[in-house]
Design a binder for this molecule. Structure first.
Ligand code: SAJ
Length: 414
């Protein structure tokens, strides 16, 4: 452990969501004195009781042990620390411009607590130049500190929901400070709890690296989604096609699906488009292809339904990806909502990872049911998310039904 690192024992984490809470609790179990901050009082209360408000494997155990050991406390206001870690959302606004208001509010709040020599790290996925703006907001709020009194760096989170705890420790990290000292001190901090390699760069490059990672995935999924549209037209099984093409040693096409969901991949490429609209032609087009996929699935279902008199349509899966409970920005949910608005038949929905259907869907007349009942009653099956429980359905159980397979579930059945 470096000398710089051992001196930094108190950490304040701002934002206790999918990134902030796992990071705060991991740091607490690694000997740091951690103070978590969230603007939602109910989240603060839940965490102080040793419980969690999100679903993520292993997180409950980690938070419970962090809170019970006294190393993690939460409140709605920041407290003084050696290191301040910002992990608040960076959504986009109506015109697809980034909304930095949460980062600004968190920065101004922590600035009140800053002392010379403190380290401020921005983990939120951010447009290029945001770390510089963090330093400007600090300077505005605390002119008394003077230039260079605190270290400011960006270290983008890159963990995959569903594997957060493992990836938090094992992934390589990209760290970019506003100056050499900031970069080195931030890197020393991460080396204390990350087993992956810590890679040093500038703040701007670190910001762009994160956007590039998610854009890479978005563009590649767009290729798969475009192929699925082409294959529908040419009557080719896209899943088999991709399987075969991927046997080439230098080809790795991703999987088509009902669209791209979640809070990251469908958002981050817009930060690049916003910053360089004339150059980011392919990136914008990929976003548009992926955003158009839910409507294509809706059209396929409506077309099948029009062939029947009073069709029962079972939609399998509402989450934004397999084996998570997260419905945020979910194309599957969007498809069911759009179908309900068009009412091409009686709509059933199966989502094994949630207790009850979202109220909006229920109001639209969608009925939540078990997989078993859905398979029994449905004339049309719409496979939207290949959740594990769906994959163990015997192929014989869906024989004779019309199927719209938006996620490649059929090839996974036994
Ligand atoms: N998807 C496809 N086809 C594929 C793979 C994914 O349609 O072949 C869809 C999924 O169904 C889902 C969406 O893409 O709707 C995104 O899912 P994902 O598993 O690719 O990614 P996220 O959003 O859960 O997490 C991503 C990760 N980024 C990359 O893999 C480059 C994660 O490492 C980031 O930390 C996270 O975004 C983030 O917070 O930015």
């Amino acid at each position: 452990m470096s000398e710089v690192a051992t001196q930094r024992r108190a950490v304040t984490v701002l934002g206790l969501g999918y990134i902030g809470l796992p990071t705060a609790s991991l740091l607490a179990t690694r000997g740091f004195k951690v103070h978590g901050v969230d603007v939602r009082p109910e989240v603060v209360e839940t965490i102080n009781e040793g419980n969690i408000h999100i679903v993520e494997p292993e997180l409950d155990v980690l938070v419970r042990s962090a809170v019970h050991s006294g190393q993690l406390r939460a409140s709605t206001d920041p407290v003084a620390a050696d290191v301040f870690l910002i992990a608040v959302p960076t959504p986009f606004m109506d015109g697809k411009q980034p909304d930095l208001s949460y980062v600004e509010a968190a920065t101004r709040a922590l600035a009140e607590m800053l002392e010379p020599g403190n380290l401020v790290i921005l983990e939120s996925t951010s447009p290029v130049g945001t770390t510089e703006r963090v330093a400007e907001w600090i300077a505005e709020t605390r002119p008394d500190l003077g230039p260079g009194a605190v270290r400011v760096a960006h270290c983008p989170e890159r963990v995959l929901p569903g594997r957060i705890i493992q990836e938090l420790v094992e992934n390589d990290r990209v760290v970019g400070g506003l100056d050499q000292t900031s970069t080195e001190e931030a890197a020393a901090f991460y080396r204390e709890f990350v087993s992956g390699e810590v890679l040093l760069t500038t703040a701007r490059t670190a910001e762009m690296a994160k956007l590039t990672e998610n854009t890479f995935r978005d563009v590649n999924i767009a290729l798969a989604n475009e192929l699925s549209l082409i294959c529908d037209r040419l009557e080719i099984d896209v899943w088999r096609l991709i399987e075969l093409a991927n046997r080439h040693p230098r080809v790795n096409v991703l999987q088509p699906g009902p669209g791209v969901g979640g809070h990251c991949i469908a958002v981050d490429p817009w930060f690049i488009v916003d910053a360089a609209p004339e150059q980011a032609r392919l990136i914008r087009m990929a976003r548009e292809v992926n955003d158009s996929k839910p409507e294509h699935v809706v059209e396929q279902v409506v077309e099948r339904a029009s062939r029947l008199k009073e069709p029962v349509i079972a939609c399998l899966g509402l989450a934004y990806k397999p084996d998570v409970d997260d419905l945020r920005e979910s194309p599957a949910l969007q498809i069911v909502e759009r179908l309900a608005a068009q009412s091409p038949g009686k709509l059933l929905a199966v989502e094994p990872y949630i207790e009850a259907l979202p109220a909006g869907l229920q109001e639209q007349g969608v009925v939540g049911t078990s997989l078993d009942e859905a398979l029994q009653l449905a004339d049309i099956i719409v496979a939207l998310v290949p959740h594990r429980p769906f994959r163990s359905v015997p192929a014989a159980r869906i024989q004779g039904k019309m199927i719209v397979d938006a996620c490649g579930l059929l090839r996974l059945l036994q």
